[in-house]
Design a protein around this ligand. Structure first.
Ligand code: OAD
Length: 252
């Protein structure tokens, strides 16, 4: 098997060639080349421009539902316009080249699915699956209104209980969806190679996933334009954009 990038460790290539189960664990950086803002990049990151404590907690929603709902509707509109990039597409191709591949994402977009990935474990929910804040019933959204920037919008009301509809994302202080989290942790414990792509690795409990894979004997490669400090002999940092590096991991 030949691959173009000689810097990629031959041990990682060998581990990928022999892997029975590969886990792809993604963060906002995998969607960056689709024009979607990350959270923590110094200038362009959403949390550099907006205060998460005013937008991404249940308390913030109750304090100012129009601000929070409008901000997520603006993001939903941007995400609907975004297209999957070559990183999302390479993950779909990689799934065809290994016996089993599990995609775990922290992203609330649907770019993995639109690229063609089958089951995707969304640890932080989906911006496209809003529900009632009060009774949790799922709510079907209309197209978002045309918005050129974030603006306050009143959330719709639940047809059943008149509670406010909230974005279907996991906010700070909230629990992750249990079934997804259990499936993700089990996959990390049972994989041979884990690719951690475009994540700052600071939000718990998702950030434990690469460590869990390492402790369970897997190889872990971080794919990020920023070098990642690697402490373990089976851990590697592949420095570069996901849309560039991931296609290089594919079989010719
Ligand atoms: P961050 O914004 O914290 O990190 C994005 C990472 O992507 C950074 O390490 C960047 O260096 C890297 N990056 C940027 N461009 C890239 C590219 N082209 N290819 C590869 N990597 C690139 O985003 P997350 O780690 O996903 O929570 O953040 C975790 C959670 O924090 C998010 O899920 C969100 C946020 O609060 C919720 O929505 C609940």
């Amino acid at each position: 098997m030949h691959r173009e990038l000689v810097q990629i460790s031959s041990e990682l290539i060998k581990a990928l060639d022999n892997a029975k189960h590969v886990v792809v664990f993604t963060g906002a950086g995998v969607s960056a080349e689709s024009g979607v803002s990350t959270f923590r990049d110094a200038l362009s990151g959403l949390w550099a421009r907006f205060d998460p404590m005013q937008l991404a907690t249940p308390e913030a929603f109750l304090a100012d539902p129009e601000l929070v709902w409008g901000w997520y509707e603006w993001r939903r509109q941007l995400l609907l316009k975004a297209q999957p990039n070559s990183a999302h597409q390479a993950i779909v191709k990689l799934a065809e080249q290994v016996p089993k591949l599990t995609v775990i994402t922290q992203n609330v977009d649907d770019l993995h699915e639109r690229a063609g990935s089958g089951e995707v474990l969304h640890l932080h929910g989906s911006i496209f699956k809003p529900r009632c804040f009060n009774c949790a019933k799922p709510y079907t959204l209309a197209e978002p209104p045309a918005m050129t920037h974030e603006q306050a919008l009143p959330p719709p009301l639940c047809p059943d209980c008149q509670g406010m509809i909230r974005p279907g994302v996991v906010w700070f202080g909230e629990a992750l969806p249990q079934a997804e989290m259990e499936a993700a942790f089990t996959a990390a414990e049972n994989c041979d190679v884990l690719l951690s792509i475009g994540t700052s690795g600071v939000v718990q409990p998702a950030a434990q996933i690469p460590q869990l894979a390492l402790r369970s004997g897997a190889w872990v490669a971080h794919i990020n334009p920023e070098p990642v400090d690697c402490q373990h002999p089976r851990e590697l940092s592949l420095v570069g954009a996901a849309g560039h590096i991931l296609p290089l991991l594919l079989t010719d």
